[in-house]
Design a protein. Structure first.
Length: 90
């Protein structure tokens, strides 16, 4: 998921080096009818970009999930919650 978003950001000339782009990921595992099952994946992306790139970053974020092979493989079975936190750079 992180790679797909980075690819869309790169297409908008928004670089994603390690010091400007990272993600916090967590998930829930529940007992479903006696079987442990991943039921939720939460991802918070952190992105530092110039203020003039914020709209383009939000556009990329709004489109990445439908183009992500990993997300599309599990989206019917596991709830995905995602968020983009943008920090404007001077």
């Amino acid at each position: 998921m992180m790679g797909t978003l980075a690819t869309l950001l790169a297409g908008k000339k928004i670089p994603t080096p390690e010091d400007r782009y990272c993600a916090d990921v967590e998930g829930d595992i529940e007992n479903v009818d006696g079987v442990l099952k991943i039921t939720r994946i939460g991802v918070t992306y952190h992105l530092k970009i110039p203020p003039d790139k914020i709209a383009e970053a939000k556009e990329a974020f709004s489109a990445y999930i439908t183009r992500c092979p990993a997300a599309q493989s599990v989206i019917g079975c596991i709830r995905i919650e995602d968020e983009l936190v943008i920090e404007a750079m001077a």
